[in-house]
Structures are given as structure tokens and as C-alpha cells.
Unconditional design. Structure first.
Length: 165
């Protein structure tokens, strides 16, 4: 299964700090799915047009089944991931963002500031995740079954889920 992961961070892109959320996406995807995974890795600053181009590339040219973004979903002026995502989606699936906010709110009351969304472009499911590694972990644990079901609908392929302990 081919999975794109896009880290969106001005500071990580500039080398101010290490990207920890992108590697956490990989760790969690491999923990959730029993399929062999091929990752396409992208690290970008918070620039809407660059995000749009990256998501189009992952869905259209790389033919990823799943594209996961991390970062840029908050209310700050440079947080533009949801806007960029909506520009490439053919069908929006707002339930992904709704359940992530609902689940996260129980632990972090500021989770309601997230504007994360998800949807489909062609045969690719695109999901915006939070920027913190712990939040990436919490959200992906929750979304695994829905991701598998969605991929079955759009690709005719249901990735096997690993047994959860």
C-alpha cells in the first residue's frame, strides 16, 4: 500500500527543529495496517499552493491510496492545510475531523481550534492530522478502521488491520 505523508511546518522545513510528526505517522500506519507499506515523504513550509501541488502529486501521479498531512490545521494565519486540502478534494469527509476533535477535546480542550478535514481525490483518501506526535498517534489509532473501510469503497481494496492489544 502506498502512503504519502506530508509534514507542514515552516520551522521544520527551515531546519530549526526535527520533524517528529512525519516519522510518527509512519510508525502508526505500520502499527495499524498489516499490509506492506511504501511511504512517499514530503516536508513543506506552510504555503498553500505548495501543499495543493503536493497533494495533487500524491493522489494523481504517485497514486497513493492514502495521503496523511500533519500540521497547519490551527487558527494561526499561516495554518492553511485545510484550505489547501479542500482545493484538491472531490468529496469531503468531514466526519474524520469531527471525530478527531471530539476525541482530542476530552484530553486537550484547545482541540476545538483544529480545522482538520479529510476527503477523496480520485482513488486517494486524504486526511489532515494534528501537528504534535502524540496527537498524530491518538488520532490514527482512532481512524484505522474508517481508513480501511474508505479504501475498500474507493479502491476495492481493504487493508488488513493488525490485532490491537
Amino acid at each position: 500500500m502506498k502512503v504519502g505523508r506530508v509534514t507542514l511546518s515552516d520551522r521544520a522545513h527551515a531546519g530549526v527543529y526535527e520533524d517528529r510528526s512525519g516519522p510518527e505517522i509512519e510508525r502508526m500506519v505500520e502499527e495499524i495496517f498489516a499490509e506492506p507499506i511504501e511511504f512517499v515523504r514530503i516536508l513543506l513550509p506552510d504555503e498553500e499552493d505548495a501543499i495543493v501541488e503536493a497533494l495533487r502529486r500524491l493522489a494523481d501521479r504517485e497514486e497513493c491510496a492514502l495521503a496523511l498531512t500533519t500540521g497547519g490545521t490551527g487558527p494561526a494565519p499561516r495554518d492553511v492545510t485545510p484550505e489547501a486540502t479542500r482545493r484538491v478534494l472531490q468529496k469531503e469527509l468531514p466526519g474524520f475531523g469531527e471525530i478527531m476533535r471530539s476525541r482530542s477535546f476530552a484530553r486537550v480542550p484547545t482541540a476545538i481550534l483544529s480545522r482538520a478535514t479529510a476527503g477523496i481525490r480520485g482513488r486517494c483518501l486524504i486526511v489532515n492530522l494534528p501537528g504534535r506526535p502524540s496527537a498524530v498517534r491518538d488520532c490514527l489509532e482512532l481512524l484505522g478502521p474508517a481508513i480501511a473501510e474508505c479504501l475498500d469503497h474507493i479502491r476495492g481494496f481493504r487493508p488488513r488491520l493488525r490485532e490491537r492489544k
